[in-house]
Ligand binder design. Sequence first.
Ligand code: GTP
Ligand code: MG
Length: 364
Amino acid sequence: MKWFKKKKQTGDRSQEASGETIAQDLEPEAPQEEGADTAEPVEPVEATGVSETEKQGFFRRLRNRLSKTRQGFVGRVDQLLLGKKQIDEALLEELEEILITSDLGVQTTLALIEKVREKVERKSLSNPEELKEALQSEILAFLKVPPRPGRIAEEKPHVIMVVGVNGVGKTTTIGKLGARYVKEGKRVLLIAADTFRAAAVEQLQIWAERIGAELVRHKGKSDPSAVVYDGIHAAKARGVDVVIIDTAGRLHTKVNLMEELKKIRRTVARQLPDAPHETLLVLDATTGQNAISQAQLFHEALEVTGIALVKLDGTAKGGIVVGISDSLGLPLQYIGLGEKVEDLQDFDPDAFMKALFSEVNQSA
Ligand SMILES: Nc1nc2c(ncn2[C@@H]2O[C@H](COP(=O)(O)OP(=O)(O)OP(=O)(O)O)[C@@H](O)[C@H]2O)c(=O)[nH]1
Ligand SMILES: [Mg+2]
């Protein structure tokens, strides 16, 4: 039965950054419990069937949570253009600096500036207002990675394996994502395969209880693949729709980590030949260009299918969205805008740009 469809995107993009940053050492805090899922309704997964009021609330939240980036990036562009009458080389150089320091990435910035410069030379762009419009449309073009046919799970369950370095927001993202599927009426099972850290299992358990998902866990420090084996087995037996696997972000070495994750993947595939259907990489927007290096590392080892870029609410350098879309050729699937269950949104390039470039001084 072809019951589940996911969009996937592709792009012929160059690699931008290199290096490894697996040893990031952020200690996650426990998820916030109070009223997390009662404050506002959880947004549905599909845009279809969403009321106008919900859409507005959705956009308002996006806009509010991007305020740091709007002020730090678009606000600086506005300041640069203020009172300028013409576009000269000095102005383009300053713009280049703003783009780079907003974390769009060097290569992406140079490509953007080049496109703008061409337009200036062709005289299709002559004043700062037009420059700002051109900048928006060129950035949007970078964000719109062309879609490709989705991968379809032939039979239940649809399996999503979530990976990323420690502290980026994997477990929180799993909670939010699981909540969306539960809201859609799907039966969701979470697998606690981060057995490296004692508190990790409890953290996932809290999320499972909060969102109404099932949980498969082992007591004590067992082999992650053994937990995954039991989890998939249970999911098949119970007719679960969606399985989400939480994994460790840190092991003794990064080689160990990647080998462990590959082993988990093999375990899943042995029980369900097409699975995992998605390998979702969670990246922390506040780590800037490191996020791109991490993505390259994980993608090489695990063939990541999509990215969740979270903590966008906590950074003025949201330009990383553009850098990631441009340099990885991987679809930016979700963005995280806070710690609560409703703070995970599908990444929508048009809405993102609209939220970012709406008037800086407009009340949030
Ligand atoms: N502001 C903000 N905080 C977030 C977001 N996503 C996650 N967090 C917070 O980031 C911290 C770490 O999140 P976790 O979900 O525990 O991260 P993890 O990747 O599972 O960490 P490990 O299990 O140690 O590998 C928690 O305090 C979360 O509440 C987000 O979109 N915005
Ligand atoms: Mg975790």
